[in-house]
Design a protein around this ligand. Sequence first.
Ligand code: ADP
Length: 448
Amino acid sequence: MALFHKILIANRGEIALRIQRACRELGIPTVAVHSTADATAMHVRLADESVCIGPPSARDSYLNIPAILSAAAITGADAIHPGYGFLSENARFAEMVEAHGLTFIGPAPAHIRMMGDKIAAKTAMAGLDVPLVPGSDGAVADLAEARAVAARIGYPVLIKAAAGGGGRGMKVAARDAEIEEAWRVARTEAASAFGNDQVYIEKYLDRPRHVELQVLADGHGNVVHFGERDCSLQRRHQKLLEEAGSPALDAAARDALGARVTGALARLGYRNAGTLEFLYQDGQFAFIEMNTRLQVEHPVSEAIAGVDLVQEQIRLAAGEPLGYGQADIRFSGHAIECRINAEDPLTFAPTPGRVKVFHPPGGPGVRVDSALYAGYVVPPYYDSLVAKLIVHAPSRPEAIARLARALDEFVIDGIKTTLPLHQRIVRDKEFVAGDYTIHWLERFVGSQ
Ligand code: ADP
């Protein structure tokens, strides 16, 4: 019995291609959906079938639920993979997919909803013995309460939007004199960006690393993890380069965290893929949020664990049990991913336009996930990520050497990209030493 007859991929770009590849290897036909701006995109060219779902604006196309459900109905798809971004963490969408008799390739809508509200997520994790960043006990009602919380946990503090995401909706207050302004701006931004002005407060950690754990669960109590990813290299809270494993963690620390997290998710009854994000400082982990979807940086975990996470997601969504346990998962070597964005490497201004030459690197241990091709015009409407370069090698120094040579082979002409920035990072002494926190890249970029 086939897992599914046909899978509709409700996304675009490299991730739509990534999911198509997994489906093809499983023998499952795919349906691509696209906006009018993406009619000649690679994910449309390579799909078995495609349906235009609206004009360029994402709101009218990739976020257009009725159009996507109609596309599934007319093509006879019986499952939908949402990828990342767009509708991937929209619990209402997952519910509607299920209400139409289709399978949503992801977690239960109730868990998507729970983790989408960062306050509810922290409350749930606290109840499951997962350590948190010190902060307010839930939402903070007014400025007086914000002051009281800040006085209790100590400055600096971070005011965060309950519905926040994508690194937006966060404001730091370094001292009492700054909290009124930070409070006002955080609330206003949360309301306008997320339609929800609820905020909460966390201690602002001064030198943490961002360490996250990839999990898979079958909803029958079997939960495994695929090790950690270090995503500390961020600009404006957006990840730019990720590693598996973390240069800061040893196997014992990873195993201890893994046991705690998989135990918590088993008690929660979670199913499908998920990522728990932590800040790691002074040997302590503190949970910040959970992403209930596939993540951009999933290939580094695939590399070290020798697994196809998308195929696993599809299998689990079809109701198959996991079929293996933690002891069956072995980690080998080190993997690094660079996110290559259509952005100016110095100003980070988006650089949509025509790609004249596209020559991806190759050779041992090199993977490129990209929907670019020569002659393709990168449209201005969507995320600027245009390629991911992933390298895998037996050790971190070898992975860095491989990354440096692969970056030097990579040619994308016609538009500016962040390739030159990665070429500088990979040769930096501190990066090579693995000696960085979440604040490192901002300083590195500032000093260029
Ligand atoms: P988002 O959902 O917008 O990605 P997160 O809660 O995952 O928001 O935080 C994004 C990034 O912001 C983290 O990876 C980290 O770099 C930084 N950050 C979040 N919380 C804190 C904190 N309490 N102290 C210091 N940095 C933080």
